[in-house]
Ligand binder design. Structure first.
Ligand code: GRF
Length: 201
């Protein structure tokens, strides 16, 4: 059966990438196939996870390429060469320009560790999101999968899942709970849903 060709863009540990790899092995993702992992960080453990799973892994350095435009051109080359249908940002710590996002309209999705529109947009990444949630004192937080457009965390929402905030939570504890109870569940589900839509067109 024809499958959507998926690229996952990463910068760090890659636990969301791992959730996607595992979901493909277990059949939760069956309409798409991860064929490429790209990191903008040479030391990202996500690259090792990709290699272990037999997925082509590529490092593209923004520093060496010097400009945002050159960096994005290198991304586009890699994506086009691999005939990518769907781009998944899974802990990818680099903002993409409108030139890039409009080229892949409704073909880029991102996982954000809060219930958008809370604690999102410029400056809200990694632990900062959970620090802000704890500072505000919300009792419920969660994760959101959304399409990516030119506005950081501003694209159409695809899936959300709520997670309880508990007394004594630190940003790191809350981050882990949000990953376990929301991110690693809704990201694979959303990837399957969008892949299915792509191959059904
Ligand atoms: C996750 O919290 C994700 O929501 C955010 O960055 C983190 C990436 O973690 N966008 P990992 O690299 O998938 O472990």
């Amino acid at each position: 059966m024809l499958k959507a060709r998926i690229a996952v863009l990463v910068s760090g540990g890659g636990t969301n990438l791992q959730a996607l790899i595992d979901a493909e092995s277990s059949g939760v993702i069956h309409s798409g196939e991860i064929v490429l992992v790209i990191s903008n960080n040479q030391n990202a453990y996500a690259l090792t996870r990709a290699e272990k799973a037999g997925i082509r892994a590529q490092y593209i350095s923004k520093k060496e390429l010097k400009s945002q435009e050159a960096f994005e051109n290198a991304l586009i080359d890699a994506l086009d060469q691999n005939k990518i249908d769907l781009i998944v940002l899974a802990g990818f710590m680099s903002i993409l320009s409108e030139r890039f996002t409009s080229r892949y309209d409704h073909r880029i999705i991102n996982i954000h560790p809060s219930l958008i529109p809370s604690f999102c947009g410029q400056g809200y990444y990694g632990l900062k999101v959970h620090e802000a949630a704890l500072k505000k004192g919300v009792k419920v937080t969660g994760a959101t999968v959304h399409f990516v457009n030119e506005i950081p965390d501003g694209g159409e929402i695809i899936a959300q899942k709520a997670v309880e905030v508990l007394d004594g939570d630190t940003p790191a504890i809350l981050q882990r709970r949000v990953m376990e109870q929301a991110e690693w569940i809704i990201l694979p589900q959303a990837v399957e849903m969008i892949s299915y839509e792509i191959i059904s067109r």
